[in-house]
Design a protein around this ligand. Structure first.
Ligand code: ZN
Length: 265
C-alpha cells in the first residue's frame, strides 16, 4: 500500500465512523521528506480518492499548482507537524459527541479501555485568546500555530465551538484515537446521565492509564482494529468503482476496460 492509498482509507474510515461528515480532514507526513505532508483537496472525506491527494510543505503551500480548491484549515496540519516532530498524522474533525466538552467546563476523562489515551490530557483551544475576527475557522498560520501550542505534547485537543484535532505517531494511531475519542465522549455523557448531578463515576486512574496505554503500544493492539476497518473501507471503494464502470462502459466494448488497482480511486 502506498501512503496515498493509506490516506484514502483513513478518510473513508473516519467517515464510516461518523467522526467526519462533509467536513474534516486527515493528513500524513511523508516518509521520504519529513518537511512535507499529504492532504486531500477541499472535498467531502467520503469521496476522497488517491487522485485527490496533494502534497504540501510545512507552511501548507501546495508543492505543485493544484488548480483545485484547498482546505482553508490546512494550516492545522502544517503547524502541528512543525511543532511536533514525533507526530506523523493529524486528524481535524467536528466529531459531534466531543463538541459539548469543548463548550463546557466538564473535562473529558478516560473511562474505558480503548479511550485510555484521554488520560494523557485533552486541552481545549479557545480561539478568542488568539484573534478578534469572530470566525471559528483556523484559516491562518498564526491560528494553526496557536492551536499547535495549545495541543502541546498531548494526543488531542478540543476546539471550542468547532471540533477537535487528534494526532498520532502513525496514521493508524491518529485514526484509532479519533474514533475512540468520539465514542468515549458519548459514553461519558451516558455515564453522567445515569449517575445524575453529583453522582459518582469511576474513571481510569493515572496508573491504569499508563499501564493500558503502554500495553496497547507494545502489544500492537490497534493493528487488529485497523486491519478490520481497512478491509471494510477497501470493499466500499471496490463497490463504488464497479458501479462507476457499469455507468460508463468502455467504448471499445467489455474487454478493453482499463483495470484499476483495488483501493485506488
Ligand atoms: Zn474545522
Amino acid at each position: 500500500m502506498s501512503e496515498r492509498e493509506d490516506l484514502v482509507l483513513a478518510y473513508r474510515i473516519l467517515a464510516a465512523h461518523g467522526v467526519v461528515d462533509a467536513y474534516g480532514h486527515v493528513s500524513l507526513r511523508t516518509a521520504k521528506n519529513p518537511e512535507r505532508y499529504l492532504l486531500a483537496r477541499a472535498m467531502a472525506p467520503e469521496l476522497v480518492t488517491t487522485d485527490d491527494i496533494l502534497e504540501f510543505d510545512l507552511d501548507s503551500n501546495p508543492i505543485r499548482d493544484p488548480r483545485v480548491a484547498l482546505y482553508l484549515e490546512r494550516y492545522i496540519h502544517g503547524e502541528i507537524f512543525k511543532s511536533r516532530p514525533d507526530i506523523n498524522a493529524v486528524v481535524h474533525n467536528h466529531s459531534p459527541s466531543v463538541i459539548p466538552f469543548g463548550v463546557t467546563t466538564v473535562p473529558l476523562r478516560p473511562l474505558f479501555n480503548t479511550g485510555a489515551f484521554i488520560g494523557e490530557g485533552v486541552p481545549t483551544f479557545e480561539i478568542r485568546d488568539f484573534q478578534d475576527s469572530g470566525d471559528l475557522i483556523i484559516k491562518t498560520p498564526h491560528l494553526g500555530h496557536s492551536l499547535a501550542t495549545t495541543l502541546g505534547a498531548k494526543p488531542a485537543a478540543l476546539m471550542r465551538g468547532h471540533g477537535a484535532v487528534v494526532v498520532g505517531e502513525s496514521l493508524m494511531l491518529a485514526v484509532v484515537r479519533s474514533v475512540y475519542l468520539e465514542l468515549s465522549a458519548k459514553l461519558q455523557m451516558q455515564a453522567m446521565l445515569i449517575a445524575g448531578p453529583g453522582g459518582n463515576i469511576v474513571y481510569l486512574d493515572e496508573r491504569e492509564v499508563a499501564a493500558t496505554s503502554g500495553r496497547q503500544a507494545s502489544a500492537g493492539t490497534w493493528k487488529r482494529t485497523w486491519d478490520l476497518w481497512c478491509i471494510k473501507a477497501r470493499a466500499q471503494i471496490e463497490i463504488e468503482q464497479k458501479a462507476k464502470r457499469r455507468k460508463s462502459p468502455s467504448p471499445a466494448g467489455g474487454g478493453s476496460e482499463r483495470r484499476r488497482r483495488p483501493g485506488v480511486g
